[in-house]
Design a protein around this ligand. Structure first.
Ligand code: ATP
Length: 273
């Protein structure tokens, strides 16, 4: 496993009330090059997990291990390596990009911060190469975010994360703010990057339909607990947990026979208690 999350628990302070626990012994792992979907409704704890595994907040219990690094207690060179190799794309391409920075500055920032490009010429050429890779025109690198469309801004955010060649990309609802037609393009781009760069992707979403195309494995979260995890085929073809079944009921089914089989399986599971 490249990243292992082992029984993490997290509470938030709720003064004057006692702290509220929002994650209960959450465990899962991600392999090299794997796309994993983390799915659950609003408030189920997805973003809190993402923050824990990016070392932006600390769980009170449990451990997170990345390639031999104890993420919760990492310091110095270990923390720097972790911050370089595990990158993030946020939901809102409008809010996550500094409007005063050009595409070149935004995409090239990580090269500066991590001391990867030796000079501005090399940085510019790496930015141009990355822009091409994500389907942007390098001639546009002097433009500001406001002059790009929503989908293009998300491509800038993806290029910005990938330019320093991370091994894991954590995407927190990366297409939720985009038009449906643009969502598929961004998901295809992520899949393309996953394959080309042997990138592991943790794709956080409230909607199972969104993870279906990209993610080989899926973790279903409900009220801060993992209620089911399995391959895409297991989760979509033979879901065991009633909560997963209810999430699936909201996903449009292109194949009527599959829809019927799924309804029958759901009724059988309900009858069995
Ligand atoms: N900083 C905070 N302080 C107190 N409670 C918080 C904080 N952040 C999140 N919570 C609570 O923790 C729970 C999980 O929230 P979280 O944002 O992780 O869920 P989510 O599944 O990502 O939801 P969404 O899809 O709406 O972003 C919720 O009940 C939320 O109200």
């Amino acid at each position: 496993m490249l990243l292992t999350i082992d029984r993490i628990c997290k509470s938030y302070a709720a003064f004057p009330n006692p702290p509220t626990r929002v994650l209960h012994e959450v465990s899962f792992g991600v392999n090299h090059g794997e796309a994993l979907g983390l799915v659950g409704e609003s408030g189920s704890g997805k973003s809190t997990i993402a923050k824990c595994l990016l070392a932006l907040t600390r769980p009170e219990e449990g451990s997170i291990t990345y390639d031999g690094i104890d993420v919760v207690n990492a310091r110095g060179e270990d923390l720097r390596r972790f911050r370089r190799e595990v990158q993030m794309v946020f939901q809102d391409p409008y809010g996550s990009l500094n409007p005063r920075m050009t595409a070149e500055d935004l995409i090239g920032e990580g090269l500066l911060v991590h001391g990867i490009a030796r000079n501005s010429v090399e940085r510019r050429s790496r930015v141009a190469e990355m822009m091409e890779m994500v389907g942007l025109n390098p001639d546009d690198m002097d433009r500001y975010p406001r002059s790009f469309s929503g989908g293009q801004r998300q491509r800038i955010a993806i290029a910005r994360a990938l330019v320093i060649r991370p091994r894991i990309l954590v995407c927190d609802e990366p297409v939720a703010a985009l038009d449906v037609s643009v969502q598929a393009q961004v998901i295809n781009l992520l899949q393309d990057m996953q394959r080309k760069l042997n990138l592991a992707i943790i794709f956080v979403a409230h909607d199972l339909a969104v993870v279906r195309h990209l993610c080989e494995n899926i973790v279903v979260l409900h009220k801060g607990k993992v209620v089911e995890r399995g391959s895409r085929e297991q989760i979509f073809g033979n879901p065991q947990n009633p909560y997963t079944q209810s999430l699936l009921a909201a996903v449009p089914v292109p194949d009527p026979a599959l829809g019927r089989a799924r309804r029958e399986a759901r009724h059988a599971a309900q009858a069995a208690g």
